[in-house]
Write a protein that binds this ligand. Sequence first.
Ligand code: GDP
Length: 440
Amino acid sequence: MFENLSDKLDRAFKVLKGQGSITEINVAETMKEIRKALLDADVNYKTAKTFTDDVRTKALGENVLTSISPGQLLTKLMNDELTALMGGTTAELDLKPSPTIILIAGLNGAGKTTFTGKLANYLKTQKGKKPLLVADDIYRPAAITQLQVLGEQVGIPVYANPESKDPIAIAREGIAQAKQNGNNVVIIDTAGRLSIDEAMMVEIEQVKAAVNPHEILFVVDAMTGQDAVNTAKVFNDRLDFTGVVLTKLDGDTRGGAALSIKSVVNKPIKFIGTGEKMEALDVFHPDRMASRILGMGDVVSLVERAQQQFDEKEAAELQKKIRKNKFDFNDFYSQIQQIKKMGNMKDLMGMIPGVGKMMKDVEVSDDAFKGIEAIIQSMTPKEKENPDLINPSRRNRIAKGSGTDLQEVNRLMKQFEDMRKVMKQMSNPAAMANMMRRMP
Ligand code: GDP
């Protein structure tokens, strides 16, 4: 599902992944790639444009926390925005009324009848409901048989009246039977057409007016991309449905319909069909779908943890120091403490996509910072504030005091100097621009 889109987004992110900071230039370039990826996935043009404009504004407005790379920050932003794009929160069915009347609408071949069976099965097994199915397609005798076969398969009764040519009457009879038999959900499978058709619309409008359904679910084939979105719009204008069911997401759909429908018709996706079997139905969770599209482990939680730990005021202070090239060992030490507060190292690494699996059998010690901490603690306050003071004889003393050796102290000093150099460049716009120009 969505592999192509995931791959392309991943490539788009690469522009930012190697960068030290977020700038107008690298964000613009990344957004261009992301927009291309979305359009390739058959996302509606306006949706793709609004989406990338929003992400760009947020990316540029974001305080770049020292512990988060621009790539990670963008992942978090994209995840939030994709989730919002697909409706934000999970939209549940309203099952309080008894019986709850659910009308199923859509074109022929979309997967209406299959979904009707799946929904009944879901409501019975997951929600403890007692549904009744109503076969309300008077044009195709095969449709009635198909629903009866599915009903039998999942152990759910089906009301049908093959003699009748009156869909309104059939729907009413079905509801009456449900009330009589104590069924607390009635799912009405209506007739579709091959394409949008005035007679079909009028018929389903009449059924709606007669039975006053609590839910009207519009079923659409995700493989049809933008057509799915256009059809949804026409149906919604006439029926004002309560939710969308996207079927055939198990195929190699490009994902455009899932991403555009909410923003075009402003109705939530409630379920997705992921196969022909009766169990192949999932409640649609926008946040999980976003993670899936982004191919993430749990970077979202990782970034959230970092955001919880890093106080904005402190981050601003730190940035000021970096700009003045005053980042010292005290700051370095407190950064380590903050990273440690984020949690167990192995746990943290497990949140990085792909790394969790790789690190499964590797022992990661929480003492990873112990040597560095000991070295910093063995420095005098003056040395911590002014690392340039630390000459070879002081290094010897620090090594002895910290129970490490000269090599380790030298290594830390070198890493610290390298870090300061990068920070200095990052805080100097001219040097940064120069560096960017030299990039391939
Ligand atoms: P209807 O005309 O709208 O009632 O559509 P059907 O329920 O008869 O489905 C049309 C075809 O799509 C059937 O062959 C179904 O097995 C298939 N189908 C329905 N939902 C899914 C799904 O989620 N995944 C896949 N792969 N096939 C599906």
